[in-house]
Design a protein around this ligand. Structure first.
Ligand code: IMP
Ligand code: MG
Length: 176
């Protein structure tokens, strides 16, 4: 089946190779205790593949999930972010790897990182699949990044447009 109105920006094969490389880097730089905190919903596909690649790279991660929501006028994310669905367990003393689909303004990851620190995490690192250059509004950088992309709205591999297209195995651009 084809999806004619979506053009491929990053292919399934490119993603697979890159996720393996990211996992090797994470396994090297974060040996020992590792709690992957996947930010829902957008990161669920990336997180699932990254976890299996971490296993292949020799790491023994645990995983937990958190949904944070930003509320604001219009389509741009505001700085006001709250925990919508929380982690299952305390994280005091843990080495956290925050995983998200994309770093754009940085509001989401800045909030999540500060929240992990406030709860007493021993360390907090950040892995993102995508990064849109030149859009940062917060002082936050990812420790590992899959791909830098231009300022286009992308879907697939967990990322949605109005709730659709998360299931696509590639990162694509919706053509209008
Ligand atoms: P930030 O808080 O501005 O960094 O926004 C990051 C969040 O915005 C991501 O977790 C996505 O849910 C969403 N987002 C940003 N850009 C895109 C895009 O191009 N496609 C789909 N979702 C996006
Ligand atoms: Mg998201």
């Amino acid at each position: 089946m084809t999806t004619p109105n979506i053009s491929i920006l990053i292919s399934e094969a490119e993603i697979k190779d890159r996720v393996q490389a990211l996992a090797q880097e994470i396994a090297r730089s974060m040996p020992g205790d590792l709690l992957v905190v996947a930010l829902l919903r957008g990161s669920f596909v990336f997180a699932a593949d990254l976890l299996r690649a971490l296993h292949a790279a020799g790491a023994r991660p645990q995983v937990d999930f958190m949904t944070v929501s930003s509320y604001g006028a219009g389509t741009t994310s505001s700085g006001t972010i709250t925990v919508h669905r929380d982690l299952s367990e305390p994280i005091e003393g843990r080495n956290i790897l925050l995983v998200d689909d994309i770093l754009e303004s940085g509001n989401t990851l800045h909030y999540a990182r500060e929240e992990m620190r406030r709860r007493g995490a021993a360390s907090v690192r950040i892995a993102v699949l995508l990064e849109k250059k030149g859009k940062l509004e917060q002082d936050v950088t990812a420790d590992v990044t899959g791909f830098s992309i231009p300022d286009r709205f992308v879907v697939g591999y967990g990322l949605d447009h109005a709730g659709y297209w998360r299931e696509l195995p590639f990162i694509g651009v919706v053509e209008d």
